[in-house]
Design a protein around this ligand. Sequence first.
Ligand code: NAD
Ligand code: TDX
Length: 356
Amino acid sequence: MPRLLVTGGAGFIGSNFVHYWLRRHPDDRLVVLDALTYAGNLANLEPVKHNPQYRFVHGNICDQALVEKLLVEEQLDTLVHFAAESHVDRSITGPDAFIETNIVGTHSLLKAAKNIWLDTRRQEHRFHHVSTDEVYGSLGPHDPAFTEETPYAPNSPYAASKAASDHLVRAYHHTYGLQVTTSNCSNNYGPYHFPEKLIPLVITNILQGKPIPIYGDGLNIRDWLYVEDHCRGIELVLQQGRVGETYNIGGNNEWTNIDIVKLICDIMDELRPRSTRSAELITFIKDRPGHDRRYAIDAEKTMTELGYQPLGSFETGIRKTITWYLENEAWWKSIMEGSYLEWIEKQYSISDPTAK
Ligand code: NAD
Ligand code: TDX
């Protein structure tokens, strides 16, 4: 019976993973370690708060002594590492936190895992590192999708920090024999997605009658995956993945930003009609510096080796997501204050919103 340490479990994907895992494996021990940065939210974990199998620890992944203490005192044998600074735009305006958490923090976790699982106890263990497709760089319109063999070419400080952490994880396996796996996933969407990211930003801006900011020409392409499919992919890697391997997890679901925004506008008009059409809020603004043009994931290896398949259609997933935001207004409204408002002001306070 695995005993899990989930880092970053109060964030978007981490909290979805906690719910997924405890639903599917109710007898497993699961400890969340999270620093509760602006992106971490205990409300995301409210539904499991009283579950005796679950424990929340407020702490930083850079605190090696704390991680070692938890591994020993809770007899943990599996670490699922979500904790990160995750927003590309914030990495452009302030990269330091990305270096600290994504690189130094991941290294600190690796040192703790090596110290306890290899040097002290010599026990069976797994260190699973959650990474992103952004490490592979940007694709042209007709390029084949990223495979696990695609050379790394990260373009943003965020992507570079994730790439560095992937390399450290690989090196701890190769050099010390730490039992690691890594998964590289495409853009997730679903419940508890922090409203700074495109899909929840569009939904919550429509609900507030605010402009929908689209960077550049809106023709950048992302592959969107429902967050529960990502959680299932990680579960398969934990259960059947080969140690030392990396696995791509994707949705086979490429959309231009403008098309996805128009789709959300149409669904919003149907579910929550307003006096004007939501699409009228669309505002093209200055492009993101270094904006990657296209991401696409080839998940063939994960599908054939582990039986991974994204379940459900995008149409179903996006409707479920929009409905979640409609039904959980208190959740996203409570975020719309303090430091988040300052970020929005700084990022989008372009006096001429059409300035290029
Ligand atoms: P998120 O920003 O929503 O959550 C990150 C969580 O990590 C927060 O709870 C935060 O408090 C915590 N955290 C940050 N710094 C910490 C530190 N130093 N110590 C402890 N906790 C800390 O991120 P997310 O979107 O849920 O992404 C989770 C992981 O998945 C990240 O590693 C990200 O790179 C990766 N990923 C995300 C996506 C996506 O589409 N969101 C896609 C592929 C991979
Ligand atoms: O206001 C916006 N306007 C806009 O046009 C925002 C916030 C985004 N965009 C565009 C930029 C991207 O082309 O939408 C696309 C998606 O943007 P984000 O939601 O910021 O995601 P992205 O930059 O693709 O990165 C995401 O996927 C990979 C996650 O944030 C990363 O953590 C993950 O690794």
